[in-house]
Design a protein around this ligand. Structure first.
Ligand SMILES: NC(=O)c1ccc[n+]([C@@H]2O[C@H](COP(=O)([O-])OP(=O)(O)OC[C@H]3O[C@@H](n4cnc5c(N)ncnc54)[C@H](OP(=O)(O)O)[C@@H]3O)[C@@H](O)[C@H]2O)c1
Length: 375
């Protein structure tokens, strides 16, 4: 891959980035210094790297290429020379100042990467320098080098390249833990997945189908409806032209569904609950339209023995994320390798075009994933 950054973008290190970065380095566990490690490895590690800064936060226009020290790694971590980084909606929230990184996490955007292992911590045995991996990161993916726990890295699925593999971790970790672990989806059950064409939605449709579920999904236009049907969704409802509650009641003869995976919240909350069968589960992974409801009636939860749950991935413990990684390797990697689950990248953007990548997601024109070319 070429490195467009140096040629096409100003080398700008804002005061805020420097402050954030030094706070992070001070608070982090620093056992291996990336710069000195370079002499021990085949992957050249410079003292500084380019990353995408967002200053004090704001719209996509605040994103710019900047420079900072290469991160140091802890004993159980690896340093990855990033070739590609997935772009996800939580990155947009963080950029806008609405999703601060958890304590100890990199302040740099980017929750998933693919690249080559450049250095390993003293206790890492699973990886060696030079290995190709894709990885969930606690942040820091929009950069030339990124650190993460060794147990959050996965080998590329057989037959997959780095570019496609960068689009896997964030949505597959999220969907697995929310739909399979928390939602307890079983074969023969039915699930309603809102935002079916989103990164999360298209992942959830495919995993749910592979687990033997009947899949209902909502989308905002007919193109996205076709996309979801192509992925195997059984029933797609355009929520702009049809009321999803009455449509699903009609299609299920008023029986409803076993699980709802929702990112919309707000007015959807009571509607989702009205669609759940007895013992049904509502799994909330975001609240695009707000997290409060006035005059909420809890009675259906008691009468139909419903579970309302949800989670966010980023603050989960290292061990919890490692458990999810293990499950993905065992259960999902074979499905990727056999072509039963597909990775759909809507569009690649160059590193310096990151603002356009964010604008594309904000406009909601994409179906599937957006990936940034970093290397
Ligand atoms: N909890 C977690 O751990 C976790 C992890 C990752 C992501 N998330 C959240 O999951 C959501 C999806 O993330 P992503 O990266 O996949 O984002 P994305 O690709 O941008 O998807 C957002 C989706 O929301 C849909 N949407 C917006 N308003 C809607 C409405 N009123 N009704 C139905 N759908 C609506 C859009 O679909 P239409 O265009 O069809 O309206 C779009 O497909 C985000 O809110 C993100 O913050 C949560």
């Amino acid at each position: 891959m070429s490195a467009p950054v140096e040629d096409s973008a100003p080398r700008q290190v804002g005061r805020r980035e420097r402050l954030l970065w030094s706070d992070y380095s001070r608070n982090g566990e620093i056992l291996v210094d990336g710069a000195t490690e370079s002499s021990k490895s085949n992957v050249m590690i410079p003292a500084t790297m380019h990353y995408i800064g967002y200053g004090e936060g704001g719209g996509p226009e605040v994103l710019r290429v900047a420079e900072c020290p290469v991160p140091a790694i802890g004993a159980r971590e690896v340093l990855i020379r990033v070739e590609f980084a997935g772009v996800n909606r939580p990155d947009l929230l963080q950029r806008a100042g609405n999703y601060p990184p958890p304590p100890g996490a990199s302040p740099i955007l980017g929750l998933e990467v693919a690249g080559r292992v450049a250095a390993i911590g003293a206790e890492v045995t699973a990886w060696k320098v030079g290995d190709l991996v894709c990885a969930l990161t606690p942040g820091g993916g929009y950069a030339e080098f990124c650190r993460t726990d060794a147990s959050h890295c996965l080998s590329l699925p057989r037959g997959f390249d780095l570019a496609t593999s960068a689009a896997i971790p964030e949505t597959f970790f999220t969907v697995w833990t929310n739909v399979v672990s928390r939602g307890r989806l079983q074969s023969g059950e039915s699930i309603l997945i809102h935002g079916g064409s989103s990164g999360i939605g298209y992942t959830a449709i495919q995993i749910a189908k592979q687990l033997g579920a009947v899949v209902f999904t909502t989308v905002g236009n007919e193109q996205k409806a076709k996309f979801c049907l192509g992925l195997g969704a059984d029933h797609v409802i355009n929520y702009r032209t049809h009321d999803f509650v009455s449509e699903i009641k009609r299609m299920t003869r008023a029986r409803g569904v076993d699980i709802v995976l929702d990112m919309v919240g707000g007015p959807y909350i009571e509607k989702n609950i009205s669609l759940l069968k007895s013992e049904g589960r509502l799994v909330q992974i975001a609240f695009l339209q707000g997290s409060t409801v006035s005059d909420f009636d809890f009675m259906p939860i008691m009468l139909r023995r419903l579970t309302v749950t949800g989670s966010t991935l980023r603050p989960r413990t290292v061990e919890e994320k490692a458990t999810i990684a293990h499950a993905l390797r065992e259960r999902v990697w074979p499905l990727l390798e056999s072509g039963q689950i597909k990775i759909v990248v809507y569009r690649f953007f160059q590193f310096a075009e990151v603002a356009d990548a964010h604008r594309t997601i904000e406009r909601g024109e994409h179906a599937g994933k957006i990936v940034l070319s970093v290397g």
